[in-house]
Design a protein around this ligand. Structure first.
Ligand code: SAM
Length: 226
């Protein structure tokens, strides 16, 4: 039922006649054909990220975790004036993403940086501090979950006031609230650490929204930079 609601609502709110629909479908199909895992965000979530950044009038978005570029393509194709800087450490994922991004016609505004988040983010920070790069108005954190808060921390350092930072896959079918799950599950440990540290972080105000849909039961953390 969750999936059928996604299918029904998106068929009306973002039908296949939209200019970016073919490119988004191609991205998923081409990514699957190249052997990438089926772990991109859902189509309603991609649309949500795009709408949220449009509401804020974002000029530059940051993403950690590109995969095949699906969420980055949602962001860029729905926000024609916005640039997206996306970090991916898997060379095959980055190569497939660049093809998908070119196919979507947004290669001039979406840059995939190859490398680990912990290595690339400090470099971006240096570029911002030295005036070579503008600050971000939106960040989507969707990579290795154990480093969630590390990425969140870098993102906040590089964002403008009132920027939005979204951290995906926080709820993990409800395991977030099960402290014993954190022992053997790095994803849950990363999610719990992120929620707890964001809660103590005076630079932001945040909430977690639980979601259901084609990607099962999950949820995301959404923070606003003060
Ligand atoms: N944001 C994408 C979307 O919605 O279309 C999905 C990203 S997928 C959930 C996570 C991606 O993070 C994978 O492509 C994985 O290779 C990448 N990743 C994992 N560890 C990483 C790291 N340390 N640094 C950068 N990327 C990493």
């Amino acid at each position: 039922r969750w999936t059928s609601i996604d299918t029904y609502t998106m068929s009306h709110l973002h039908p296949s006649s939209r200019p970016n629909s073919a490119a988004l479908t191609h991205t998923l199909q081409h990514s699957a054909a190249r052997g990438l895992p089926d772990i991109s965000c859902s189509s309603p979530a991609g649309k949500y990220l795009a709408l949220q950044s449009r509401m804020l009038g974002v000029r530059h978005a940051l993403e950690v975790g590109t995969l095949g570029g699906y969420s980055a393509i949602w962001l860029a194709t729905e926000n024609p004036a916005m640039s997206v800087t996306s970090i991916e450490y898997d060379a095959t994922h980055a190569a497939v993403a660049r093809q998908n991004i070119a196919n979507a016609g947004v290669a001039d505004r979406v840059k995939v940086l190859l490398g680990k988040g912990v290595d690339v983010l400090p470099r971006l920070y240096e570029e911002i501090e030295s005036g070579q790069r503008e600050r971000f108005g939106f960040a989507f954190i969707d990579a290795d979950k154990l480093n969630n808060y590390t990425y969140f921390d870098w993102a906040v350092k590089m964002c403008v006031p009132r920027a939005c930072v979204v951290v995906d896959n926080i709820v993990s079918k409800g395991k977030l609230a099960m402290a014993e799950e954190a022992e053997g599950n790095a994803m849950v440990r990363g999610a719990r650490e992120c929620v707890e540290r964001v809660g103590r972080d005076k630079r932001v105000d945040a909430t977690v929204l639980q979601t259901v849909g084609e990607k099962d039961y999950d949820g995301f953390l959404m923070a606003v930079v003060k």
